[in-house]
Every structure is written in C-alpha cells, then in structure tokens.
Design a protein around this ligand. Structure first.
Ligand code: SIN
Length: 424
C-alpha cells in the first residue's frame, strides 16, 4: 500500500485507464452477471457498465491533477506550502441497485489518490463487484489494493466502520444505516462520505414542454424499476396542465414491458426482494386508503415473484406515507399545485435533499426555483443527471461528500501544510 502512494501519478492513471478499457471490453459478460444477480434489464445493465467504467476513466484523469499550493506567506522569511496526500486505507459499503457503478465511483478516486480500498458489496449483488475487482488485477493493479469482502452487513459493517486502520469510510445506502455508520466511525474520527436516501420532487410547471417532461419522468422514475436514490418520488404538476400531462404519462407507462431482465424486450425487471415488494404494496395501499386513485397498475404483477406493475396514483396528498418515504418501486405519485411558491414549499418539505427535477421553459423561473430548491442536485428539463463529470451528492439527511467530478477525489486526500521558515 505504501508503495502505491509513491508510484508516479502517471502510472496510477495508466492502470486505471487499462481497467476502464477492460470493463468496456467485457461489457456483455459484466452486464450478464449484473442482470442475473440484480434483475435489471440487460439494456440498463450495459448502460451501468458504461456509467461505472466512466468513473474509472474520469479518475484516471484526476490522478494527474492532484496538485498542491504555495500560498501567500505572512512574513518575508516564510513560505506556506500545501500538499495533498492520500488519506490511507479506505473502506466502502455499496448498495445492490448499482453493483458496478457505486463501486467504481468509490474505488477509482481512492486508487487515483494513492489509497487502498476494501469494499463490502451488498449481500444481494456480490458477483459484479468480484468480477470488476478481477479486471482491476488484470489491468495491472497490485494485489491487496482493491479487496472485496462479501457477507453479512451486520458482521462486516462494524469492523469497517470502527477499525483504526481504516481512515475513510464511504457508504451509499439508506439514511438509517448511514446514521449508524457515522456514529460508529466517529469513535476513530474517520473521514466519511455518505450518499443516503432521497425523496426527489419532480416539478412540472405550466410553461413546460409536456412531452419532454413525460420523457424525463420516465427516465428518472423507472430506471432500475424505480429503485434508485434519485428516482422522482413526488411528481408535482401544475393544476392547469394536470389532465394533459396525466394522459401523456398513462400512454408512456402502459408501454413498459415487465419481465425477466435477461429478455431483450423487457424494460422493467423485478424488485430486489420480498421486503421491497412488501414496502411498495404497503405504500400504495396506504395512499389508496387515504384517497389516491389508481390510474394504472397498483398491484403485484401477475408474473409473480417480486414483479410489481408499473403504477400511476393520482390525487396524492402529503397525508400519505409516500410523501415522506422513498417508494423504491415503479410507482408514480401525482400531486397538484397552483403557484410557484407552493411548488417550492412542497418540494422542500422533506428532511432529505438529494436530487430534484424541474420542467419549465422560463429562464427566470429556472434560476429562481433552481436556487430555492434545498437539494444537492437539480435536473432542469432533464430526468438524467448522473454522469462522471458531475458532483453527485446530497444535503440535509441525504448525507455529505461528493462523488464524481473534480471534487470526488477530495475525500480520499488530506491536506498537509508545510511552513518553511528562516528563508531570510
Ligand atoms: C443511487 O441510486 O444511489 C445512485 C444513482 C446514480 O448514480 O445515478
């Protein structure tokens, strides 16, 4: 591990670039493994391989730009120098919804910075992580720098979050588990990056291009069958366009194809497990009991297993549990608003702040609402905000730290200040 941090940045970058190339070259194999263990359709699995590989390419570039600074000194006999150094051994606990991309988004910046990384993938999806770790070795990464520990979270998690040798912990998952890990990691004062739960509002104003808004909503809501932290969770639609928007949406949702992800024509795979299905069923029945109307779906899919019908619920209100809870399933919950102020207040009515979306064609509104939304990320006229160049992350109870972009390497580095005196 010590020798890795002393490798020239160009060598770390070259190995990461080779790893990227191998990930891309093995897209079909990796997508097959991903779909088999996670359930998402093959087209989405291939897209995830590309998305995950892109973080590796991105951080191969960032490895070359870990520059320090020379600052203005307080007196002529001194120089103030700032070095950036690798934080040390890192650990990552990754989720089952993106078994490749959430691993590369953490491992690539760690390796680029000169750190070693131990990953605990979700127990539901260990094989994708093991496969990409093997490709990292084939790319020339010295063994021991990217280790994978599979098994039960309750056993491995506390070791990673409390071990004094681990200097940084990165977690993507629920706010509940994130809070627990923050508490555990505080005992040894680790750096922590937390990508926690969301409750994304998707606001459609009366001046929006409605066809584009429906397309964006489909992308945001139904990716991974609704099981992402940035899925649109509360769809706020201006009262004057509600009927037109809903009709377009019904048409788009009825075209989704549910089934095993291994079949090429399928657009919606199963939910990850029975607990996920039970949660969606519970949230839908709570909403219906409190007055929501089912426009489409609303039940487990006739295919059985953990398949759930793509669903639209109209007439939703903040009294329903799905106002506060991440649905994590293929359910569109429609709410109505009448003014911009009301829309912003509704959108911000949550303890979390990860992703949010706005559709408008008014540039002044774009600025006003974009600035007023209490979220780490705002998609304006798009439902697809994730990419390696962007700082992915949230505020409030969605966590802290950013992944991707030039900021994504910061949490794997520490600043050291050298004060050089006696210069004369
Ligand atoms: C997540 O759901 O945690 C990540 C989604 C993404 O990277 O787009």
């Amino acid at each position: 591990m010590n020798s890795w941090k002393h490798e020239p940045a160009s060598r770390r970058a070259a190995i990461l670039q080779k790893w990227h190339d191998l990930l891309v070259a093995h897209t079909e194999d990796l997508a097959g493994i991903l779909t088999a263990e996670q359930g998402k359709p093959l087209t989405e699995a291939r897209a995830e391989v590309a998305y995950g590989a892109d973080y590796v390419r991105w951080f191969a570039g960032e490895a070359l730009r870990i520059d320090g600074e020379i600052l203005q000194a307080p007196s002529p006999d001194k120089r103030v120098i700032v070095l950036k150094q690798p934080v040390g051994l890192c650990a990552a606990i990754t989720p089952w919804n993106f078994p490749i991309a959430m691993v590369t988004r953490k491992v690539a910046p760690a390796l680029a910075a000169g750190c070693a990384m131990v990953v605990k993938p979700a127990p539901q999806t260990p094989f994708s992580c093991l496969a990409i770790a093997e490709l990292a070795l084939r790319a020339g990464l010295p063994s021991g720098l990217f280790s994978v520990v599979t098994g039960e979270a309750s056993v491995i998690g506390p070791v990673l979050s409390t071990h004094p040798l681990v200097r940084k912990l990165s977690f993507t998952g629920s706010t509940k588990v994130g809070k627990l890990l923050i508490a555990q990691a505080s005992g040894t004062v680790k750096k922590v990056t937390m990508e926690l739960g969301g409750n994304a509002p998707f606001v459609v104003f009366e001046d929006a291009d409605l066809e584009a808004a429906v397309t964006g909503l489909m992308v945001s809501k139904f990716r991974a069958s609704g099981q992402t932290c940035i899925c649109a969770n509360r769809i706020l639609v201006h009262e004057s366009i509600r009927e037109r928007f809903t009709n377009l949406l019904k048409h788009a949702v009825s075209e989704l194809r549910v089934g095993p992800g291994t079949q090429e024509s399928i657009t919606q795979g199963p939910l990850i497990d029975r607990a996920a299905l039970n949660k969606v069923e519970h949230l839908v029945s709570d909403a219906v009991a409190k007055g929501a109307r089912v426009l489409l779906g609303g039940r487990p899919h006739p295919l059985g297993g953990t398949f759930y019908e793509p669903t639209i619920l109209d007439g939703c209100t903040p009294a329903m549990e799905l106002w506060h809870e991440e649905i994590f399933g293929p359910v569109v919950a429609l709410y109505e608003f009448s003014t911009e102020e009301e829309a912003v207040a509704m959108a911000n009515d949550t303890r979390v702040g990860l992703a949010s979306y706005v559709y408008t064609s008014d540039m002044r509104r774009f600025w006003r609402v974009g600035e007023a939304l209490e979220y780490g990320m705002v998609g304006v006229n798009t439902g697809a905000i994730s990419n390696a160049a962007a700082p992915f992350g949230g505020i409030k109870e969605s966590g802290y730290g950013r992944e991707g972009s030039s900021h994504g390497i910061d949490d794997y580095l520490t600043l050291k200040y050298l004060c050089l005196g006696g210069i004369g």
